[in-house]
Design a protein. Structure first.
Length: 214
């Protein structure tokens, strides 16, 4: 189940699988409504990682290993993810050479929940990347406040996943659009690989013949 206790998400019935660089997931591993945590290397990704380290300290610092998230929308492994070029459809095979963790909701989500998660993710296609949201997150972390701002029709990677997961029973303890990859990792207790592990080769995004890093 996905439930909340005094506003704090507690997630049950899910599983986590780690795929190091070069270890391939099989088609049977994918269910619409599941999601992945992985990595980007652009300035945006650097800003997310930096911001996460402002929020997470001590033992929780391990959750800052990831700085990108994407939603699985088909049993064939198609993704919907928010990138610098906007919200786009892609395929999980692009991360075959990259470290990622697959979070499978399992019994935590019914078929109708998964349909709504996927429906929301597809509805977000072609929306712009939420650069203003990133600024809002960084400012709130620096000043220690809870004042958030952003624009409709814009998404960040983990915010898109969190807003989609709202279509299940999950209730977040912060504004879903401002949830970071490290937040998702902590909510779902995703443990990073041992220190010194490789993040692998992070893929590039191509649009209209131009390259844009994640």
């Amino acid at each position: 189940m996905l439930i909340s206790t005094h506003g704090k998400p507690r997630v049950e019935g899910y599983t986590v699988r780690h795929f190091p660089p070069g270890i391939y997931a099989e088609q049977k591993d994918f269910e619409p409504g599941d999601f992945i945590l992985t990595h980007g290397k652009s300035f945006i990704s650097w800003a997310i990682r930096w911001g996460q380290k402002l929020r997470y300290h001590g033992n929780d610092k391990k959750y800052t290993w990831w700085n990108h998230a994407a939603m699985i929308v088909t049993k064939e492994g198609e993704l919907v993810e928010a990138l610098g070029v906007g919200v786009r459809r892609s395929h999980i095979s692009k991360y075959a050479k990259t470290d990622y963790h697959l979070i499978k909701l399992g019994s935590a989500a019914k078929d109708i929940d998964r349909d709504q998660v996927v429906g929301f993710a597809n509805w977000c296609l072609d929306e712009r990347y939420g650069f203003v949201t990133i600024i809002s997150i960084v400012m709130s972390l620096v000043i220690g406040g809870k004042f958030n701002f952003g624009f409709d029709g814009q998404q960040i990677c983990s915010g898109l996943v969190a807003r989609a997961l709202e279509r299940t029973w999950l209730i977040f303890d912060r504004t879903p659009s401002h949830v970071m990859p490290a937040d998702l990792a902590k909510y779902f207790n995703v443990q990073p690989p041992p220190p010194g592990s490789s993040r692998g080769i992070i893929p590039e995004v191509k649009e209209d013949g131009l390259k844009s890093e994640l």
